[in-house]
Design a protein around this ligand. Sequence first.
Ligand code: F0G
Length: 458
Amino acid sequence: MGSDINIPNFKIKSIEAIKLIPKEERIKAIERAGLNIFLLKSDEIFIDLLTDSGTNAMSQEQWAAIMRADEGYAGARSFDNFKNAITEVTGFPCVLPVHQGRAAENVLDHVLIKEGNVVPGNIHFDTTEAHIEHRKAIPVNCVIEEAYDSAAELPFKGNMDLKKLEKTLEENKGNIAYVLHTITCNSGGGQPVSMQNIKEVSELCKKYKVLFFFDAARFAENAFFIKQREKGYENKSIQDIVHEMFSYSDGCTMSAKKDALVNIGGFIGFRRKELYEKCVPFGILFEGFPTYGGLSGRDLEAIAVGINEGIQEEYLRYRVKQVEYLGKELEKAGIPVMKPIGGHAVFVDGKKFLPHIPQEQFPSHTLTAELYAESGIRAVEIGTLLAGRDPKTEKNKMPKLDLMRLTIPRRVYLREHMDYVVESMKKIKERKGSIKGLKFSFESPILRHFQSRFERVE
Ligand code: F0G
């Protein structure tokens, strides 16, 4: 673009007002919510960095397509638009719509997983892991060891450790449901996976004759990092990189709520018709007829347009740089953040920021409650609370990373919003020694981070 300033490739046509409620009200709100940011009301939040999922701003082209949607139950024109756009962008000839990413996991796992199976991946996202465990199978994380060191600066920290993967494949011969590579690796800090690693994982899967799938929620951001960081891809288009990435796999699950720039939706992409056909009955059972899969015609249209906007290089450059800006400013302020800065979020290392709070008192989750009270900003923990308990021992899992994620919705916030986040974190830093850790006052049994309540450890 010939400028160092990070200029968005869009301007704003429609806005939504936000309001910072007074500090006393914020303190009351977070106490009422049992110190759990999931239990706050949206109206109590000033800047919502809980997630980049379904929080995207849509374009005028998406809204126009929504008006043209065909709501026919079967054989809708909107399904053809949806399917054709996805096939063009990903290269997968068969596409099954579902209402969101975890629904894709549910359908696929019903077909591919048998009790006792093993599912290796780099780091499975929490819903992915929960679905695998729900099918009485075992998720195994095989990411490179450096991924667990928040300070290690590697270009592709989401890569699979090939030795760990091969060991898992060798030890569980005949018992592997499939291999899943999550791009970018959300639970590992939004870190990308290199094309080289994708190729090598694919070769191992061929050698061991197992299926290779992507969790593709942030595939476009991953492709942008490949273009920026991997030799030989500097001059390739994002579309070409995306095609090559997917070409090494048997299919993908996709939460369209991320890189397809919509508010709801998802799909499963398949290379082979036979597997698609096996999944269709479960798609019908859980999601609906295979030309709508839990979505309305207008959702299908919004995805058809959004998935193409999501791979525009000018958009991706702005997107990734905005996240990087926030990360670098926090770093300048002496806040420990996961390095390098990931694709969709900045991850603050809660254990390093609040070293006086033991991991079993949820340092990063504690920080989310504190940040909300300080500033009206909602972040989310990706750490010990999210990790839950080991189903066998019922003990808390103690993940190596305990992070607070400041997740940036796409095309929603401006640089000034990012500056406010930095100012707020600086204020917390000044008094961080007096912050107390948290313990459960109520612990919810499944995906506990959503519903649990807390009190301060005195
Ligand atoms: N896979 C990844 C990598 C995800 O990040 C998510 C969702 C899913 C699957 C499930 O998709 O929400 O559409 O059912 N991540 C959101 C987040 C919730 O905030 O990171 P879903």
